[in-house]
Design a binder for this molecule. Structure first.
Ligand code: GCW
Length: 688
């Protein structure tokens, strides 16, 4: 069987590793500097001290009391101010001395990386920066890594960047050096949590809870010094899978005891584990439905076991019927998460966080924001994004995902000033100013954002070197969701290509900015989604999922295309939104055109706002999109000699493939529309 993960497509372990956005030479910034660190003994502080010494500091004094005596000769002082918000830092330079004040050890670590990024400027002039505070408390990357190589999904499910950083064909890697480097990379942009195994938890991974617990301990030991908390994905049926019980019914006392005892043992081994991540009753994973129990029963079962240890359950809402009969027009997958969860609002314990995908279907290039994110005022919620580019070009196409994420984070669920990211910051799906809903639960509150990681053992970390900007962008948006994609890209370019020829940055901007819209223009049109090859999810297959059980249909016929999700004549999904969206999406006239086919079944001759028919609109966007990719590939030749040769070649190869694939998308989609609609292209371009 062919591997769907692409470990085979990216070189692994060549020995050479691209430094990503970390400074090439650590010795420059702190050469001949003296440093005073006033902080308690802590693994993260120890990391900062090691960093400083690698960065070339001449002398470092570490003390847990204020040692003012030697201040006169100190270039950099690092102190802790617990009055600052958690994980924050403040940088300033005054009287010939640079100061870094962190709220806590993590704040010091993040401030240190900020200082490194400033380079020489960190030790020049007089300046004072405002306190930098992360907007969202839990900033997490989910790894879909398998311990065993899965026969279909490979070592990393939906991994497009070589093998797993953690596991290799059934074992924990003996040498975790790459994990250390990864942890450093994440810490440098403020990621503070990682789940270490696939949410599809097979039998082998289930043993991470028990006989392979020492692996979790080892990974946690490598991540802890970088301020990164480990989470475990667990199988809801673990008591059965591990052979201890014949049931996993959340209301069975034996099951509750099993989870309590198992969790106690887990925390004895890893006292600072973040908690569990769970995919239940989803795509074949076991869950509480088997016992007629609700997802609140299921989540609370684990929450109770974790509570004495201050652990949390991240419980995914990706719950839908994946065995649908395509003939059944009454079931709408987009409705599923809301329909399953909204009535449970208020029924979850305080240490349960519902993890909700950004759209109602599944990480498509264009979906409306999931209405569930703003529908559970008495429940903690977390936004789930996908950095790994499953449906978005698989790190073979240039696709700058922060352009989509900024739209998602900026969505205004009530049409007023409140943006989605503000909900994620408080971790509560209600407007921060809201007085109409019940007040949020106060205990253990705090926001969260999670994303599926896109890294592997590839020498560029991410397959496509430009996909590094997606990892970087996720972390930066989690810290500050008000940053623009362009600003983030400039930061990434500046740190990744320091001291490059001045021609490079504009070239990179031209290729990377706008790449999300470009990808959208030649793939599935106007929010219709899922015209990908079944299984691999790469490349076009217009009807690939049309007669499948997965609930992802476009319903094209000779009249038109798209899914009627209106209240008037369709599935009623539009009714899951607050106003003004419920009405805006309901009407063909006011529905944003980029989402037209997500919400409506539209005639091929429907007039778009610019006067073109829908068919013509699709022809235009696809032909223009494919042509634009060919131009980008030509443009990249100007980078020859401006970047490392192997980076140049890697991008050039990927652009060749993007050209081929974009043309294939264009030809298949336009020919499909032509054959179904009979509407010729105004410009006479080839339709087959
Ligand atoms: O997008 C789908 C993927 C599955 C994945 C699932 C999920 C881990 O195709 O590979 O399974 O989403 O999010 O659980």
């Amino acid at each position: 069987m062919a591997l769907i993960g692409s470990e085979d497509r990216s070189p692994d372990d060549t020995g050479w590793l691209h430094p990503a956005w970390l400074p090439r030479s650590l010795t420059a910034p702190l050469r001949a500097r003296t440093v005073l660190v006033v902080a308690p003994e802590h693994p993260v502080i120890r990391t900062v001290v090691d960093e400083l010494s690698h960065a070339g500091a001449k002398a470092i004094w570490l003390t847990d009391t204020d040692a003012t005596a030697s201040r006169a000769v100190i270039d950099l002082t690092i102190t802790i101010d617990p009055e600052l918000p958690p994980e924050s830092f403040r940088l300033a330079r005054h009287g010939g001395q640079t100061s870094l004040v962190g709220a806590d050890p993590k704040g010091v670590l993040y401030g240190h990386f900020h200082l490194l990024r400033r380079g020489r400027l960190a030790f020049q002039g007089q300046w004072r920066q405002p306190v930098s505070t992360p907007a969202i408390g839990l900033r997490m990357l989910d790894h879909w890594d398998n311990i065993d190589v899965h026969p279909v999904m490979g070592q990393v499910e939906r991994g497009y960047a070589g093998g797993s950083l953690f596991y290799d064909a059934g074992s924990l890697r003996w040498d975790l050096g790459r994990v250390d480097q990864y942890a450093r990379l994440l810490a440098s942009v403020g990621v503070n949590a990682v789940s270490i195994n696939n949410v599809n938890v097979h039998a082998t991974e289930t043993t991470l809870l028990t006989t392979r617990l020492d692996w979790v301990t080892r990974l946690a030991d490598h991540l802890r010094p970088w301020g990164i908390t480990v989470f475990l994905s667990v199988n809801f049926a673990a008591p059965i899978v591990l052979g201890d019980l014949d049931s996993c019914d959340p209301c069975d006392q034996r099951v509750r005891q099993w989870w309590a005892d198992t969790t106690d043992r887990v925390y004895a081994a890893v006292p600072d584990l973040g908690g569990y991540l769970v995919k239940a009753d989803s795509e074949g994973q076991p869950g509480p439905f088997a016992y007629g129990r609700s997802h609140a029963d299921g989540a609370n079962l684990l929450a109770r076991a974790l509570s004495p240890h201050q652990g949390v359950v991240l419980w995914r809402c990706f719950v839908y019927n994946h065995r649908q009969d395509w003939r059944d027009r009454s079931t709408d997958r987009a409705r599923a998460a809301f329909d399953h969860f909204v009535e449970l609002d208020g029924a979850f314990l305080d240490n349960v966080i519902l993890q909700i995908k950004h759209g109602p279907i599944d990480f498509q290039v264009r979906e409306p924001v999931s209405p569930l994110l703003a529908a559970m005022p008495r429940t903690r919620v977390c936004l789930e994004l996908q950095v790994t580019a499953e449906y978005t070009g698989q790190q073979r196409h240039v696709h700058y995902l922060p352009e989509a994420w900024q739209e998602i984070l900026g969505f205004r669920p009530w049409g007023d000033e409140t943006k989605l990211w503000q909900l994620m910051a408080i971790g509560q799906s209600q407007s921060p100013e809201s007085t109409t809903t019940e007040s949020p639960r106060s205990v253990r509150s705090g926001g969260a954002i999670a994303a599926v990681s896109n890294v592997g053992r590839d020498e560029f970390w991410t397959g496509h070197p430009f996909a590094q900007a997606n990892l970087y962008g996720f972390a930066r948006l989690a810290w500050d969701p008000t940053l623009t994609p362009a600003a983030i890209l400039d930061e990434w370019i500046g740190s990744t290509f320091p001291e490059a020829n001045p021609d490079l940055a504009p070239l990179l901007r031209q290729i990377i900015l706008g790449s999300r819209a470009l990808y959208e223009s030649y793939t599935a049109p106007n929010g219709v989604g899922f015209m990908v090859t079944p299984g691999s999810h790469y490349g076009p297959s217009v009807d690939g999922y049309e007669y499948s059980p997965w609930g992802t249909y476009h319903f094209a016929d000779r009249e038109g295309i798209g899914v009627d999700r209106t209240r008037a004549s369709g599935s009623g999904y539009t009714g899951q939104y607050h106003q003004p969206w419920a009405d805006l999406f309901e009407s063909v006239e006011t529905c944003p055109e980029e989402l037209l086919l997500f919400f409506h079944h539209v005639r091929w001759d429907h007039r778009m706002h610019d006067g073109d028919t829908l068919a013509q609109h699709i022809y235009n966007s696809h032909f223009d999109g494919a042509a634009a990719i060919h131009s980008l590939a030509r443009l990249w030749t100007q980078a020859d000699g401006l970047v490392e040769p192997r980076l140049y070649r890697r991008v050039a190869e990927r652009l060749d493939e993007q050209c081929r694939c974009a043309q294939e998308w264009c030809d298949q989609i336009t020919s499909y529309v032509w054959r179904h609609s009979g509407i010729p292209d105004d410009h006479g371009r080839p339709l087959y």
